[in-house]
Write a protein that binds this ligand. Structure first.
Ligand SMILES: Cc1cc2nc3c(=O)[nH]c(=O)nc-3n(C[C@H](O)[C@H](O)[C@H](O)COP(=O)(O)O)c2cc1C
Length: 171
């Protein structure tokens, strides 16, 4: 199979997961790893499986990822799966399904089989800590707990989980 792992990442977390998925996909396939910015609509033809990765931004896929999904056309791969990183420790399944919905919708609208979405924690970039602590209305002790929980993610376990998930959907 020809596999494309395409991702948007500002602080490197989603990129780490993209690399793990690409490493896994490369075991038994011809796999390309590309930043979203480097992929045009015409570059998707010829791939059998596309993994698309995004950080969670304000409970949504990042805007460039949403824009990219609008360029998906029939024939842009036969199967598609997503991966998302977020600083929150975990979201209920139904929230994750809602966040990944644009990936599912783009797949279904173009006759592409949707294979689900992996997600894991990815530490929030330092420069946003103060603003997010305020927004979430957490006191310093609560925020310290939150920071402790997210620090180091995605970690080795997250990457191993991403690989296992990729292995499963690639079949
Ligand atoms: C503008 C912005 C909004 C964010 N909104 C959320 C959010 O709603 N929920 C969440 O859990 N994480 C949120 N995050 C945290 C990122 O999703 C998380 O740190 C992610 O791993 C960053 O990925 P990246 O390093 O690939 O850019 C937000 C980050 C930014 C920069």
């Amino acid at each position: 199979m020809n596999v494309l792992v395409v991702y948007f990442s500002q602080s490197g977390n989603t990129e780490k997961i993209a690399k793990a998925i690409w490493e896994e996909a490369s075991q038994a396939n011809a796999a390309d790893l590309k930043k979203l910015e480097a992929v045009g609509a015409g570059d998707l033809a010829g791939y059998d499986f596309i993994f698309i990765g995004s950080p969670l931004h304000s409970a949504n896929l990042a805007v460039p990822v949403k824009e990219f999904l609008t360029t998906i056309q029939p024939g842009s791969g036969q199967k598609m799966a997503g991966f998302i990183t977020h600083f929150a420790p975990a979201y209920p399944n139904q929230d994750m399904e809602k966040f990944a919905e644009p990936i599912k919708a783009a797949s279904e609208a173009n006759g592409i089989e949707y294979k689900g979405c992996f997600d894991c924690q990815g530490a929030l970039t330092e420069s946003l800590h103060e603003a997010v602590q305020k927004k979430l209305n957490l006191n310093d002790a609560q925020w310290a707990d939150m920071v402790k929980q997210m620090t180091g993610h995605p970690n080795e376990e997250d990457m191993a989980n991403a690989k296992a998930c990729a292995r499963e959907v690639l079949g």
